[in-house]
Design a protein around this ligand. Structure first.
Ligand code: BGC
Length: 754
């Protein structure tokens, strides 16, 4: 539809019709005549269903088409309904959780993943996905760190913009793409004490310099929607924050798409004590520029009277409706209200061989090898015990994989069984003998349940069946298998319900039952490889010290087993790098590498009294951001540059950009990929700066003995920050550039900006 036709349509709509475009209903309203919006009486509910502009949570091409047909027939202008869903890290083909994707340091694999997710979701009737989540995360107590790509603004921005490009393609009108919604704007990752839905206090400096950057990049990549966050920011709930939404999001970031509230967030301004009732909340939200009210009755019940009474400018309503109509138009819904949804196409493309291949590639690139003593990995031929509750667990996804069928997931055990050189056996030795069949004989034993007897899960349920007896049996079997093996691969991890929304924890260790299993197996294992399935950095207690090898597997998704076996078997050399610091102890949270410099840095040697430190724990992470081993070893040269002076401004001397180069050499005996990381520090500036900031990274694959030069370009723009003048600018002076394989690198080179 042309712009003028959209305007004509808008002018022809009644106020009620317009307001209803701003209302989003949960799928239950259409599927089971039940809406959790609070609108109780039947007449209003009926009207809502007839006129609400969008719905969340309905999938299935046939269902979507039927609902759309009925809706459009009743909508006075036949405006189509918009279908949205959280497709976070996969629709049917589920990719590693976003934190795992961050570990790939490969935006392109996330772009491809998002493209596949969009294709499957669109065929299944979805038009908008509530992804990517770009919240900067530094506190592993917060369960939602799993949904972000980590603690670094640059990495987050690169990953999120790649996802936006993948979801949206060249044009969202294309039937294989969906519109992306960047969330949660803004600062949600800094929730106080890592507790979900909590308040956030951030200085404008930190907000702009670190927290907003990722969203900005994703928005610049063309995301069609943005979602408000649940938190307050310096005392103001996001959905009512005019400065944040109008000045920063709309004006500074030039966002002209649809701003949607998070679920119920407009209504939550009441319990926050920011609005006295839903009416006031509606006024605050529309004035802040929130276009869609997700699942409350604030807009539906109050906007009409607010406008009639002159308390809200009617222009604000028109503005919001136009943005929603524009989105529907961009999606091509006026021409094809199903956006290409098709059962046949969905069945033909979903979980295709090609999609699974890409997911498998994403998994193996996401795995982070934290330890590998005496080349315990890759696995050698011989007797291998695959033990632990994750050895044959199908729940390798996260609580945000809403559509997948876990039966389609490949477990580690299944992947091992498919391998040509493996003979696989379950459990105890049946007495028939195991030898002689293949080079690797793998026996599997569950060992324990995932959770302890009394664990409280995210949704308040108790795991209350008595597991003691079952666990004793499982343990005995695992011990027998462990004693038989040359190497034990122990698959441990958090429960699927322990990370995601509303899963904050003060204890970020593995469940006790699994630690008991760990100790029992460690005592018996000749060689122990520990695999950790997790949505957050964990306090790994003694696991790293007592394991011969340690591999972080995140929540790897549908192709988890294949990707993991590729790495265990040596088919693929691991290359993942931590996107978020793993702490020594939960007491270090929030912890991140890019901390501000301090006036009393802790010396590396000697007396540390009266310097910044803990008495009982290092300041640094146990495993830092950017860290991860491969099956090879690498050398890196000192950085060299083609110029020592970078020019600032028209008349300055120096170069417009300088190139910093290192020579990277594979000094080991296997081909492997290393991620070369570029960090910069501004040595003296008008505000205290972080000790290091990631500004670039490049993955380089090298054969044994091979060397390659890796260069990074540095320009003035990369040195800008939110200065004392309250704007992004660079300041003349000295800078240090670090190039290395993780964020602790001391391989540096100094240059000047003048
Ligand atoms: C979450 C959002 C999500 C929305 C819709 C909320 O509870 O915070 O991330 O997109 O629900 O499912």
């Amino acid at each position: 539809m042309k712009k003028e036709d959209l305007l004509a349509l808008l002018n022809d709509m009644t106020p009620e019709e317009k307001i209803m475009q701003l209302v989003q209903l949960p799928g239950s309203a259409f599927e089971s005549d039940f809406a959790v919006t609070g609108i109780a009486d039947e007449a209003s509910f009926d009207k809502l269903k007839k006129l609400a502009g969008s719905v969340l949570g309905i999938r299935g091409a046939e269902k979507v088409k039927a609902i759309q047909d009925e809706y459009m027939a009743g909508q006075p202008h036949h405006i189509p309904l918009l279908f949205m869903l959280d497709v976070i890290h996969g629709h049917d083909t589920v990719f590693p959780c976003p934190l795992g994707q961050g570990a790939t340091f490969e935006p392109e694999i996330s772009r491809k993943g998002a493209e596949i997710q969009a294709k499957e979701a669109a065929a299944d009737g979805i038009q908008v996905t509530f992804s990517p989540m770009v919240d900067l995360v530094r506190d592993a107590r917060w369960g939602r760190v799993m949904e972000s790509t980590g603690e670094d603004p640059y990495l987050n921005g690169e990953m999120a913009s790649a996802m936006v490009r993948g979801y949206q393609g060249e044009s969202v009108a294309d039937k294989e793409h969906v519109a992306a919604c960047v969330k949660h704007f803004a600062g949600y990752g800094a929730s106080e004490a890592g507790r979900d839905y909590n308040s956030v206090e951030l200085s404008e400096y930190t907000l702009r310099d670190q927290y907003l950057k990722g969203y900005d990049k994703a928005i610049s990549a063309g995301a069609k929607l943005v979602m408000t966050s649940f938190n307050t920011l310096n005392g103001i709930p996001s959905s009512g924050n005019k400065w944040l939404m109008r000045d920063i999001l709309r004006k500074e970031m030039n966002f002209d798409g649809v701003l949607i509230s998070d679920w119920g967030a407009i209504g939550e301004m009441v319990p926050w004590g920011f609005a006295k009732d839903l009416k006031e909340a509606a006024k605050l939200a529309i004035e802040a520029g929130v276009d869609i009210d997700m699942c409350t009755e604030s807009y539906a019940a109050n906007l009409a009277s607010l406008i009639e009474d002159g308390k809200v400018d009617g222009e604000l309503l028109d503005e919001a409706v136009l943005r929603i109509l524009n989105l529907k138009n961009d999606l091509g819904l006026f021409e094809d209200p199903y956006h290409g949804a098709s059962k046949e196409r969905y069945e033909a493309i979903t979980l295709s061989k090609e999609s699974r291949e890409i997911a498998r590639d994403a998994v193996r690139k996401s795995l982070v090898l934290l330890k590998n003593n005496e080349e315990t990995l890759p696995l050698r031929d011989g007797n291998i015990a695959l033990i632990g509750p994750y050895a044959s667990c199908k729940n390798l996804h996260s609580s945000w994989a809403l559509s997948l069928d876990p039966e389609k997931t490949v477990t580690v055990m299944e992947a091992a069984g498919e391998s040509k050189d493996v003979s696989l056996f379950l459990g105890m030795n049946q007495g028939g003998g195991l030898g002689g069949l293949n080079k690797k004989i793998v026996r599997v034993a569950k060992g324990s349940t995932i959770l302890d007897n009394d664990t409280v899960l995210g949704f308040g349920e108790y795991h209350n069946e008595s597991l003691d007896e079952e666990n004793e049996k499982l343990l005995n079997e695992a011990i027998e298998v462990a004693e038989w093996a040359d190497t034990v691969v122990l698959c441990l991890g958090e429960d699927i319900g322990q990370s995601g929304e509303s899963t904050s924890r003060t204890n970020i260790m593995l469940p006790d039952i699994q630690m008991e299993l760990f100790y029992e197996i460690r005592r018996r294992a000749k060689k122990l490889v520990t695999l950790i399935f997790t949505g957050r950095p964990l306090d790994l207690e003694c696991i790293p010290d007592l394991s011969d090898a340690l591999l972080i597997c995140w929540r790897p998704g549908t192709e988890g087993g294949h990707g993991i076996w590729d790495v265990l078997s040596g088919e693929f050399s691991p290359s993942g790098k931590l996107p978020m610091s793993f702490p020594w102890a939960v007491g270090q949270a929030p912890i991140h590498y890019n901390v501000f410099a301090t006036g009393r840095p802790k010396p590396t040697e000697g007396v540390t009294n009266f310097t910044t430190r803990y008495l009982d724990c290092p300041n640094e992470a146990r495993y830092p951001f950017g860290y991860g081993l491969t099956y090879s070893s690498f050398d890196i040269s000192k950085p060299v540059s083609d110029n020592d002076v970078l020019k600032k401004g028209e008349n300055a001397t120096g170069a417009d950009k300088i190139n910093v180069t290192v020579k990277v050499t594979n000094t080991g005996v296997v081909a492997a990929t290393q991620t070369v990381q570029l960090y910069i520090r501004d040595l003296v500036s008008s505000r205290v700066r972080p000790v290091k900031e990631l500004k670039g990274f490049k993955k380089v694959r090298l054969l044994p003995g091979e060397s390659k030069d890796v260069s990074f370009e540095i320009n003035e723009e990369m040195l800008r920050f939110w200065t004392i003048n309250n704007k992004f600018e660079s300041e003349e002076g000295d800078f240090r550039v670090y190039v290395g394989f993780d964020s602790t690198t001391e391989n540096f080179y100094d240059f000047k900006l003048s």
